[in-house]
Ligand binder design. Sequence first.
Ligand SMILES: [Zn+2]
Ligand SMILES: [Zn+2]
Length: 424
Amino acid sequence: MGSMTNIENVNRILLLEGDDSQRQLIASESVKRFPGLLCPKPAAELLGQVIDAAARVVFLDEGLPGDAAYDLLATIRADDKLKDTRIVMLTSDSLDISRLRAFAGGADEVLAKPYDFGQILAITNTIDRFQITFWGARGTLPLSGENSLKYGGNTSCLGLNIGHDRHFIFDAGTGLRKYSRYLMEKQEGKFNGRVFITHPHWDHLNCLPFFTPFFIPGNQISLMGPPQGERSFRNLIDGQMDGIYFPVTVNAFGADVTYGDMLDGQHYFDGVSIRAFHLSHPGYCLGYRVDHFGRSVAYITDNELGNTPSDNDFMSRLAHFIMGVDVLIHDTSYFDHEYPAKINWGHSSITQVIELAHAAQVKKLFLFHHDPEHGDKELDLKLEKAIGLADELGAEFECLNACEGETWDVFNGEKLTGPAVSLY
Ligand SMILES: [Zn+2]
Ligand SMILES: [Zn+2]
């Protein structure tokens, strides 16, 4: 389910806070509104407190005597009957190491002391969030003019927001500028998050210097992508902003920006599972699969599925990688009749994508990264053909065109109305 209303929430919050002064602080501002305020009982009775309260969200003090908080967390995580119980670990500091330990132990969120009642409500209201926003859905080059009004003309950029404060971006095509403007308007450019690049082709990278949060002190941003041969990802970013290709160098970044090489395999970032898969595209290009709350999104562009026997082997490995995802976003650059002239260009045609989505039993497919010769009319025609092919196969997934500015709730599969995302 999406976020719940405050009234329902308050009755099902349980605060197991061992620190007297912190408990008094919360009680003084909220005792009438917040019946879930409880002193933790001895460790042996903690689980009983959670069950008796039918708690939806448990705020759990990591400082309880012994290692009671982590013992309780492990017990709840191992109990299938309590799988919908969300845990917020209350840490004594905001250090990365404290967050890491809490997420590694299975906490859904982490809140550092001291905290107030407003923060408890804010976290409770966003704890189930798993949303994607398409900031740019086209490929290779942006498209302007009347042929791009329906689906937007910006190149690849996907926003992903999980829970209260975990923000991810996949690719820095021209759509990133739209996201940047949104962040400036809504929250003065505040952005703490992670940017993952699939590969350093222009349409996935060239908007990085236009993401204003990079220039705002106080922001913490991690920037990761695949190295190319001997060149680290950091080196590739420095290269495209070295003063010759672009006048502003990375030295102008005012935010705390860290860089890292991303390789295929399993990774965890802030308690979120992110797997990377080496795609079929010139250079080293990665597809990403994100899993959280038992839901999943796969972002697979730029990628050539192809028609040869070795392509079939690749296709079955990729189908395994994305098996059963709730949302698949896949490069659909070409109509079928265009593909023979574009073999080895690193992109896919409609039938190839539909066959992959069917084999992988995905729940929803977004066509993405279109040839720049294709305007809205062609995209509509592509979608019509894609739906027809899926019907012929007896496929059950829903098929849509990715549309710039749209936000989808991965948790319940619905499109959200109103503003794109509320971030903090
Ligand atoms: Zn591309
Ligand atoms: Zn590319």
